[in-house]
Structure formats: structure tokens, C-alpha cells
Ligand binder design. Sequence first.
Ligand code: GDP
Ligand code: MN
Length: 390
Amino acid sequence: MNIHEYQAKELLRRYGVPVPEGRVAATVAEAVAASNQLPGPVRVVKAQIHAGGRGKAGGVRLCRDVTEVEAAAAAVLGSRLVTHQNGPDGTVVRKLWIEQGTEIADELYLAVVLDPARESLCVVASPSGGMDIEAVAAETPERIHVAFPDAAGKLWPHQAREILFACGLNARQVAAGTDIILKLYLLCLDTDATLAEINPLAVDAEGRLLALDAKMNFDDSALGRHPDIAELADPGEADAWELRSAELGISYVRLGGSIGTLVNGAGLAMATMDAIAQAGGEAANFLDAGGGADASRISAGFALMLSDPNVRGILVNIFGGILRCDIVAEGVVQAARELDLQLPLVVRMEGTNVDQARAILAESGLAIHTAVTMTEAAAMVVELTKEGMQ
Ligand code: GDP
Ligand code: MN
């Protein structure tokens, strides 16, 4: 789960990381009032959407007086901001963060992020802040500095100092930066954050360090033990598929391909995606209907998958254990009828009551293709989908 910059900055502030003063505003009048409450002449008006890259898209505006704040707020609020991160449809801006302006001397990059390969959080710092960190990593990897906690999960101050010196900071800034890194790391441990990114971490005109931007992501599966974090969710940011799948209790991730998959069990769902890729196709989604799925959840999952216009063929791959194959077959037949399914559908099932299930599919009179092995099923659906798209 992602949160907004203003929420992330509030968390940073609570942990003692220096952030500029600011206020949230949902209307132009609130933006003007917020602006009047802040010290100094300069304001930054910032669109609060979950995507990064707002600066280049016109979602971060420097204003010299309150009239400029008013104009910027009027222009940005309610507009659809399209950045390189949120796709062609963009995101409608519903809230602004009005911040006291900072005179920037230098911009660094700092993040604590989960490294799935090492199964550990790590600290990433770079003197090339303010820009796309992926581009920095690709073009000038020597400007990326990483530190891993020790085997007991402790991050040592000397590790933080080392990467900050490597970023070219002076001794006083390294001391302040070390404090920030250790606090950011503690924040991630406390909240099960998988990313806490400050880009830019600014050096201001007085040489002080300050978090000018903040982006955070939290492990969805851990939200149950962090109700204070869970309530920061913004349903306006989730796409229709995410909302619907969360309601249904289905794990669903929309992907770029054309073959819809409906599977029970996360491991089998990933194996199914691999099988499709090996057969030369590409999955349109990851869908784990869960071990405890019943016929209604299967048909709901079906409808969810079919609401994606990219889906041109379907592979149902179920291992019947607690969820019996005959129940799945009934769910599939019911969904195919109700939705008047015209797309090629391949069903592969194994496990409890598989024979009854095959009979249900065969007797349904629907054009359902069945396969015995996963490899066979994947080859079949890739072939049928290609034919259908020609
Ligand atoms: P992002 O584009 O979504 O990552 O939004 P940021 O919050 O990082 O803002 C983009 C850029 O705007 C930053 O890299 C800064 O260069 C600039 N910016 C943000 N806040 C300030 C500020 O207070 N003063 C100045 N001069 N520039 C700022
Ligand atoms: Mn940024």
C-alpha cells in the first residue's frame, strides 16, 4: 500500500526526520489559508497523488506570493496529472500539500528499501538526487551507495557514515544524515514499510539536510498489525480492479499480456504464468482465488478477469484439495453462461473429484477445452488465443 507525500512527511516528522513545514488543502481557499499560515515568502504547491515524477508533469509549483499560490492551486486541483509513473490515464488531483519553500543547494537521494533477493531491507544513497534513480543506477552505477544491516538486522552508524561520505557530504552533514538514516530504518522496521524514499534529500542554503519529498510503501500483508498505517489508504488511488479484488478476498495483479489466468494458490499461479511464458504467451494477470475459494468466488474471479479488455483467452488451472474440482467446474460453467463467454477457455484441473469435474465441463455443451498437464494447458491456451486474435 502506498501513501501520499503529506502522510509520509507526517511519519518522518514523528520519527524526528527534518521536513519543511506544510499544510494539506483540498480547495483553493484552503490552499490560500494554508499559505498564509506558513513562514517565509516562498511556497511550494504540490499535487498529492501516489505517482512520482510530479515535478516534470507540472504537479510541483514554486510560488513567490499568495496570488501565485491561488493560481497554482486552481490550476492543479481537480486536474488530471499524467506522470511517467501513472500511465496514460493519469490521476485526478484531489489534495494539495502547501509547503514552505526551501532554498536548495544540493539534492541527494536516500531510501530504505526491501531487497527481495537478499530478503533484507537496505539503505540506498546517491549524490544524484532529485532525478529518476533508475536512470542513475543504469547510467552511473558508481553514484549509488548501498548498505545492508548485519545478520541480526542491526544497521550500524558507521555504515550510514560511510555511504554519506561517499555522497560527498561534509562531517556535520554526515552526522545529521546518519541520524536520518537510522530513524528512517527504524520507521521501516516499526511499520513493515517496504520502501521509505526521500528524493530529494535537500541540502539547504545553510547546509542543513531536509526531506523535500517522501514516498512510502507498506507490506499489505502486515497492515493488520498497523491499523494507524492501514487507515492512511486512499481508495481514490486504487484502480477498479484492486478495489474489486480486495472486496472479494482474491489476490489479483493486472499485467500486460493477453491470457487471463484463474488459479488457486500463489505458487501454482506463478507456475502457471511461467508455463504460459514458456509456451510463448504472456499472462494478463496473476489471480490467486485462494485455498478456501468456493463456486461463487470462482465465478466472481472470472468476472473480474473478464473486465480487463486485454484478456483474449483464459486458462483456469486448479488443484482441487479443500476446493473440490467439481465445485470449480460448476463455477466455471455458471460464469461462462452468465457472462456469455466468447473467448477461448482452457481448463486444467487435478485433484479431488476431477472425474466428476470433467463430466460437468463435457456435459455443459460449452466450448471448453480441457488439458491434463499444465504444460499442455499453457500451449493450448497460447495457441487458441493467437488464433482468436488473428
Ligand atoms: P516528484 O517530481 O514527484 O518527485 O516531486 P518532488 O517533491 O521531488 O519535487 C520535484 C522537484 O521540485 C524537486 O526535485 C526539487 O528540485 C523541486 N522542489 C521541491 N520542493 C522545492 C522547494 O522547496 N524549493 C525548490 N527550489 N525546489 C523544490
Ligand atoms: Mn521526488
